[in-house]
Design a protein around this ligand. Structure first.
Ligand SMILES: Nc1ncnc2c1ncn2[C@@H]1O[C@H](COP(=O)(O)OP(=O)(O)O)[C@@H](O)[C@H]1O
Ligand SMILES: [Mg+2]
Length: 336
């Protein structure tokens, strides 16, 4: 079987800030690690998703794509490459255009969570600065882009306690990110993230990871802002498996799976959760294309905590995709 790992063109070309540069660096690291794993069992190449991708995939006679493409532009950019693959009929890992589009849009995600009976923060959104004046909200609120990731656009000053700061931050975000800008109820409480793997009736969770902010310097807020994620990583503690009583653990796992199914996610994803009042899991978002860096990514830490390990995680993702497409017949080697 021939597998192509496909990634985006450099994001910094389109988002020329620190956020874009960080994203590109992570990308290169990830390709290298996944290629090491896949090369052990498959003929593995890596390609860039650019104007020539259809020609390249056909020329290389690729059987399966390991999709790492976030897309470059547009509010459904994660869906762009899967849509092309569906068009040319090449199987790929992870969610379909629909699952990615829903997961990448935090407003649609939250609507569907609510409909599925999954607790999620109250929210509203604005397309322009004037709309802020008419909002009827209870502070504090957290302001965030509707369609970003890795805390891009979620900064220390995104948590606001009054109208003046709300206006200031919304104005900043509208200049850089796609409208609408989301304004969400701020959920106090411990933060967890849950790896979910599988399809249909066979969906399971990895050990829950807790992100503990209690060692952060006092001037920083207790949430995963861009500053905390990338400048204070050494002051953020991770507990995996998370320190949870059996009942809370089960509640979080059940909630994560319910949220995963609500958006029609495939193969794997990571669900971000805050535990309100030490009791109710609130789903913040689903990462339908979670980071897969060998040493730093959350889902990798989870895999290492349950003996699956990095290699097992990557192979599990491939296995799930293969089973979905019934690719087994084509396989030269047994997966596992
Ligand atoms: N409603 C909320 N209440 C409390 N914290 C939040 C809320 N929404 C986001 N956060 C914080 O911001 C971080 C990033 O938000 P998230 O929705 O996961 O976006 P991203 O796609 O950038 O990871 C979360 O990990 C959490 O710490
Ligand atoms: Mg998140």
């Amino acid at each position: 079987m021939k597998v192509a790992i496909v990634t985006d063109q450099p994001r910094a070309k389109f988002l020329p800030t620190e956020e874009g540069v960080v994203e590109d660096k992570q990308k290169l690291e990830t390709i290298k690690s996944i290629k090491e794993v896949l090369s052990e069992q498959f003929n593995c190449i890596d390609l860039v998703f650019d104007d020539n991708i259809i020609t390249k995939l056909k020329k290389e006679k690729v059987d399966l794509v390991f999709n790492l493409c976030n897309g470059i532009r547009g509010d459904s950019r994660l869906s762009q490459f899967p849509a092309i693959l569906e068009y040319i009929g090449i199987p790929y890992t992870g969610s379909s255009p629909l699952g990615h589009a829903l997961a990448y849009n935090k407003i649609y995600s939250c609507r569907l969570f609510k409909e599925a009976g999954v607790s999620t923060p109250k929210f509203t959104y604005v397309y322009d600065l004037e709309e802020v004046e008419n909002l009827n909200i209870t502070f504090p609120v957290l302001i965030k882009p509707n369609d970003e990731g890795s805390s891009r656009g979620i900064h220390e000053d995104s948590l606001v306690f009054n109208m003046k700061d709300l206006r200031k931050r919304v104005e900043k975000d509208l200049k850089v990110y796609n409208p609408p800008i989301m304004i969400t109820e701020y959920i106090e409480g411990r933060e967890f993230t849950v790896g979910v793997i599988g399809n249909g009736k066979n969906v399971n969770t990895l050990p829950i990871l807790e992100v503990d902010f209690s060692d952060l310097p006092k001037h920083l807020n207790n949430f995963y802002s861009f500053e905390v994620k990338f400048h204070y990583a050494d002051k953020t503690r991770f507990y995996v498996p998370a320190r949870l009583k059996k009942k809370s653990k089960e509640k979080i796992e059940k909630t994560a799976i319910k949220a995963y199914n609500a958006l029609g996610i495939k193969d794997y994803a990571r669900v971000d959760i805050r535990l309100k009042d030490e009791d109710t899991p609130y789903v913040l978002e689903i990462n339908s294309l979670p980071g897969l860096m060998k040493d730093h990514s959350d889902i990798t830490k989870m895999a290492k905590a349950c003996n699956l390990g990095y290699k097992g995680l990557i192979m599990n993702i491939v296995r799930n995709a293969v089973e979905r497409y019934d690719l087994d017949k084509k396989m030269e080697y047994k997966i596992g």
